[in-house]
Every structure is written in structure tokens, then in C-alpha cells.
Design a protein around this ligand. Structure first.
Ligand code: KG4
Ligand code: ZN
Length: 335
């Protein structure tokens, strides 16, 4: 079965074709970074309009690359939430219309489930059960994963997501958008132990996160420094070290609580090398990540999540659809 995946929840249009027998056939991504850069963050209305421009040409590109035509598509999987409502509606409208016109099933996919399952696209895919650490621009989640659709959220951020804290700290340091990867690069020039930032919420039990105080700590440290390029790198390193250490402490706790030995990390921040090095160093734990191209938003993870849920696909479903700006993972059902 060939599943077309459509991702349009934020500032990336991602399209992919996944074959349940042969694996990923083709994928394409268009990033709107340049469009939003001058505003220092995503402008939702501009994002929606750009998804309208890019989705159909990208679908054609992916089909060409896979040596297929539209009639070779057996099902459509599209991101229905969480995300920006206008952006989601573009992917949902195109996905549903295409499925209706081709008389094939369409399925609404949860974006965070897409991230959660993305490491399973790799050759050395983890077996269930595992603990999943989901670290993106909108979410920080620890999830006990027993199988596809069997998710128990163990902890989440009570304020800023970790990616959001990276981006806001980067912006405050005068770095361009999106700041996370730029801050990570700058941290390589930082002086180790020049500053030590707090590890929020690690000195009390529980698996929730809070990153907004860390961002404020970075802001105050930067304000009181000489604001030289070296100070900028030192603050970046101290922030990244504290964020990574906090995530690692909570992962260790979640692994102990569940008794699992496998840790699966996904979402934009899973591209962070310091995070990977810190987690890989944990004894007796096997860590799994998506390839770099599939850490951030992409169509492959949505096509794959659709392929894992083919049992739920109903042909001839009515062509109506909804977007869900908020959609908790533990509301999903087992396929
Ligand atoms: O998963 P994603 O592409 O989009 C959402 O679903 O939110 O995650 C984007 C987030 C942004 O906050 C971005 O700055 C962050 O991931 N990010 C990074 C790195 N690469 C992307 N943060 C830290 N280090 C990185 N290397
Ligand atoms: Zn995402």
C-alpha cells in the first residue's frame, strides 16, 4: 500500500510517499524560514498562504521522484493537529480532496505521533516498549510507548517547550530565526563552566518540565555581561548545557519509573548534538533518533504514521475534515 503523507502544521511543507512493502519511496520539503525570518518568528497567515502555493507542486515532485502518478497512491495521511489552524487546514483540505477525487481513504494524523514514530523509519528501528522524549518547538513530552497508539504521557512542559526556549534565548542574544540550531552552533565556541545555569524542576519528584525560567536566567546573565561575542557564546553554552542536563535527568527518571531500557528521541531538538552525546552516555540504555533530515517537521513521518494506521482508513469517508490546534497524544487510539 502506498501512502502519501502531507505535513503543513507550521512553517514547513513536507510531502512523502511511503510504501508498506518497500519503505520510503520519495520525500520533499519546503521550508518557509526565509519568509518568516524578517519577522523573527512564524507569521501564521503567511504560513497558510505559502502552504497553498507549495503543497500541490511538492506532491507532483514526490510522485515524479518515485516514478509514480496520482493513481498509484492508495491512501492519503495528513497532519490534522496540533499546530497552526490555518496551516493545518491547507494540508487537510488538499489531502481530503485528493483522496475524495481518487476514491481512496484519507486519515488525519497527529503531528506529535508522527515525530514519535519517526525513529522507526530507520534501519535500526527500536522495538516496543520504549520511553519517548519528544522535543520540538511546541512540545516537550515524555511518553511511555507500548505500541502504535498506546501512549501514556508521563510528563510535559508547564510553560515554554524546550525548542521554544532555545529560539527565545537565541533571539534575546541577537541571533537570527530560527535560533535553536544557530544557538547550538554558537555554543561550540563557549567557555566550559564559565556560567552555570539552574536545572529547572529537577530537585523535586515528577517528570514535568519548565524552561521559561532558564530563558530568563540566560537573559539576565547576558544583560549583566560585557555583551562581547565571547559572552554571547558563553551564555549559549551555559543555556544549552542546562537544558540538555535537565532533559537527561528527566529521561533517566522516566526510564527508571517505567523499567524500559530503550529511549527514543524525536522532534526538532533531537537534532542537537550535545543532547545526543549526553543521552548516549547514559549507561545500560539504548538510544534511538531519527536521521537529521527527519528530526524537524517532514512528510515522511506523516506518511509512515499513516502506514501504521492503515486499518483505520475508511474509503468513501465523507470529504469533510477538521483541524485540531490542540490534540493530546493520549487521546489517540490503538489502530
Ligand atoms: O519539530 P520541529 O521542526 O517543529 C515543531 O513541531 O515545533 O521543531 C522545531 C524546533 C525549533 O524550536 C528549533 O529551534 C529546534 O527545533 N531545533 C533545535 C536544533 N534544531 C532544531 N534546537 C536545538 N538544537 C538544534 N540543533
Ligand atoms: Zn514538529
Amino acid at each position: 500500500m502506498r501512502v502519501l503523507g502531507i505535513e503543513s502544521s507550521c512553517d514547513e511543507t513536507g510531502i512523502a510517499l511511503y510504501d508498506t512493502e518497500q519503505g520510503l519511496l520519495a520525500h520533499a520539503l519546503y521550508s518557509q524560514i526565509e519568509l518568516h525570518a524578517e519577522y523573527g518568528g512564524v507569521v501564521p497567515e503567511l504560513a497558510s498562504r505559502d502552504h497553498i502555493r507549495k503543497t500541490l507542486p511538492l506532491i507532483d515532485e514526490v510522485l515524479r521522484e518515485a516514478n509514480c502518478t496520482r493513481v498509484d497512491i492508495d491512501a492519503v495521511a495528513y497532519t490534522a493537529g496540533p499546530g497552526l489552524v490555518g496551516a493545518l487546514l491547507v494540508g487537510a483540505a488538499i489531502g481530503r480532496s485528493l483522496a475524495w477525487a481518487l476514491d481512496i481513504p484519507a486519515l488525519a494524523i497527529n503531528h506529535m505521533e508522527g515525530h514519535l514514530l519517526s525513529p522507526l523509519l530507520e534501519d535500526n528501528a527500536p522495538d516496543f516498549p520504549f520511553v519517548s522524549l519528544l522535543v520540538s518547538g511546541g512540545h516537550t513530552l515524555l511518553v511511555d510507548v507500548q505500541g502504535v497508539g498506546q501512549y501514556e504521557v508521563l510528563g510535559e512542559s508547564i510553560d515554554d517547550a524546550v525548542g521554544e526556549a532555545f529560539d527565545k534565548t537565541a533571539k534575546m542574544l541577537g541571533l537570527s530565526y530560527p535560533g535553536g540550531p544557530i544557538l547550538a552552533k554558537l555554543a561550540e565556541q563557549g567557555t566550559i563552566d564559565k556560567y552555570t545555569f539552574p536545572r529547572p524542576m529537577t530537585n523535586r519528584p515528577g517528570l514535568d518540565f519548565s524552561f521559561s525560567g532558564l530563558k530568563t536566567f540566560a537573559m539576565n546573565t547576558w544583560r549583566d555581561s560585557g555583551q562581547t561575542p565571547q559572552d554571547q557564546a558563553d551564555v549559549a553554552l551555559a543555556f544549552q548545557t542546562a537544558a540538555v542536563e535537565t532533559l537527561a535527568i528527566k529521561c533517566k527518571r522516566a526510564l527508571k519509573q517505567t523499567g524500559h531500557r530503550r529511549l527514543v528521541v524525536a522532534g526538532g531538538v533531537s537534532a542537537n548534538i550535545a543532547l545526543r552525546q549526553r543521552l548516549d552516555a547514559m549507561p545500560h540504555i539504548d538510544c534511538y533518533y531519527p536521521q537529521q533530515a527527519f528530526c524537524s517537521d517532514n512528510g515522511a513521518m506523516i506518511a509512515f504514521a499513516g502506514a501504521m494506521r492503515t486499518a483505520e482508513m475508511v474509503k468513501g469517508d465523507k470529504p469533510s475534515f477538521a483541524a485540531r490546534p490542540r490534540w493530546p497524544l493520549d487521546e489517540l487510539t490503538t489502530p
